[in-house]
Design a protein around this ligand. Structure first.
Ligand code: ARG
Length: 463
């Protein structure tokens, strides 16, 4: 008989139980209980396979599978008592199963190890998160498409170096983010396809002598195939790191957009009005309406990318196969996933609710000599001037306008002709911001007609 103070799972070898500090550093149940549903799904698939291959009896498998459902409902109902002494979710579930169904519970762990078990559970968990990210990204893209469609021809300043560059359209700006989040979506899908292989049946590291059927468990759990190398199956965590990389890139995109919304919603810009639902007030300054959601989204990249780096560091230099270091994978991924999903949802809500201030956007677009390039292009097109010379003439006209404190269209024809005699009245046609954006008809350009084409294309792609 094993000592009751020693571990009930491996008491045979141990005379004494662990020190309290050992238990504290070793236990993962505080967080890996989040994988309970995945653990039970994996065990149910394993038990069914053990019966189908004749390794255990049908009646034992039936008792195990039913008992596991009872355990799941206890956990979901908040009635389960998690024990730190039992280390992790795998042993907590198995110990409770034994209390419920007795002896057959001991047969569940045949031809399996916690190493392939945890790898399986974690893959299933991450796969669910990739699916959630797909849903979140699609919703955000949908919100951006609505904004782009409504404001396909609203003119706003386009910036480089955050200095006024050329007029662009609101729809074009929204569609730039659709492209970014669209690539995030394709990364999510790629990652999911690559990670969807089953580690179950790799056992501790070498496979097993029991005649298991890995295809069967893989299929039952929705995996495309079993992993081909048992050492790799239990020691690979690149699927989790890839998840964190994809999340980091997406969080970086979210952060850029969030920063723009912070700037745009300021009193100095007033490009957008954020809804009350996604803003907060100040406890001291009554006039304030703060873009807290945008600011927090902007910050989320910090912890998400931090998790990515942390897990890379945990995994670097680990010899094959499993090492307990790998238990440190979960908290990072859980935290990053929670915050990525939250950031996606908050951004979607903000984008759906926000109002672009069309007049203010247009007024801002007209300032800062934003049509200077149009003027230079006109000189090239209409007078045959080389672009470099046209650039010089335009620069002189900008300097003149700046000196006079007016915009380019406010200069007189005579003033223009003093710089270049070939200039005619026709030049005024290209100096308005509307004409400027309408002329940008090159593929991918900012012209409203092009933006509408892209909105239509994305709607078709997304179905
Ligand atoms: N809680 C462990 C983890 O998360 C499960 C695997 C334990 N395997 C072992 N050989 N001790 O990694």
């Amino acid at each position: 008989m094993s000592d009751t103070s020693s571990n009930q799972m491996w008491g045979g070898r141990f005379a004494a139980g662990p020190d309290a500090i050992m238990e504290a550093i070793n236990a993962s149940i505080g967080y890996d209980q989040r994988m309970a549903a995945q653990d039970i799904a994996g065990s149910r698939a394993h038990a069914a396979m053990l019966a189908a291959t004749g390794i255990i009896s049908d009646s034992d498998a039936e008792a195990i599978r039913e008992g596991l459902l009872t355990v799941l409902s206890e956990i979901e109902g908040g009635k389960f008592e998690f024990s730190t002494a039992l280390e992790d979710i795998h042993m907590n579930v198995e110990a409770r199963l034994k209390e419920i169904i007795g002896e057959p519970a001991g047969r569940l762990h045949t031809g399996r190890s916690r190493n392939d078990q945890v790898a399986t559970d974690f893959r299933l968990w991450v796969r669910d998160q990739l699916d959630a990210a797909e849903t979140g990204l699609l919703a955000l893209i949908d919100a951006l498409l609505s904004q782009a469609e409504a404001g396909a021809d609203w003119v706003m300043p386009g910036f480089t170096h955050l200095q006024t560059a050329q007029p662009v359209t609101w729809g074009h700006h929204m569609m730039a983010y659709v492209e970014m989040f669209g690539r995030d979506l394709s990364r999510v899908r790629d990652a999911r396809a690559r990670m969807n292989e089953s580690p179950l049946g790799a056992a501790a590291l070498a496979g097993t002598g029991f005649p298991i059927d890995r295809e069967m468990t893989a299929e039952a759990l929705g995996f495309d195939r079993p992993m081909a190398n048992s050492l790799d199956a239990v020691s690979a965590r690149d699927f989790a790191i890839e998840f964190l990389s994809v999340a980091s890139i997406s969080a970086m995109h979210l952060s850029r957009f969030a920063e723009e919304l912070v700037i745009w919603s300021s009193a100095q810009f007033r490009f957008v009005t954020l809804s009350d639902r996604f803003s907060t007030g100040s406890s001291i300054m009554p006039q304030k309406k703060n873009p807290d959601a945008a600011e927090l989204i902007r910050a989320k990249i910090g912890r998400i990318f931090g998790a990515n780096v942390a897990l890379m560091m945990v995994m670097k230099g680990l010899p094959l196969a499993y090492s307990k270091d790998m238990q440190e994978d979960k908290e990072q991924v859980f935290d990053a996933a929670d915050n990525w999903m939250l950031a996606l949802a908050a951004m979607e809500g903000m984008v759906r609710d926000m109002t672009g201030n069309r007049d203010q956007l247009e007024a801002a677009a007209s300032s800062g000599f934003s049509t200077a390039t149009d003027l230079a292009d006109w000189l090239v097109r209409e007078t045959g001037l080389p672009f470099r010379d046209a650039h010089h003439v335009t620069g002189a006209l900008v300097a003149l306008a700046e000196k006079k404190g007016c915009d380019l269209p406010d200069l007189s024809l005579e003033e223009m002709q003093a710089e270049n005699a070939a200039i005619t009245e026709g030049i005024f046609d290209v100096l308005t911001v509307q004409k400027s954006v309408a002329s940008r008809m090159s593929y991918g350009g900012t012209a409203p007609a092009r933006v509408r084409e892209q909105v239509a294309r994305w709607k078709e792609v997304l179905g």
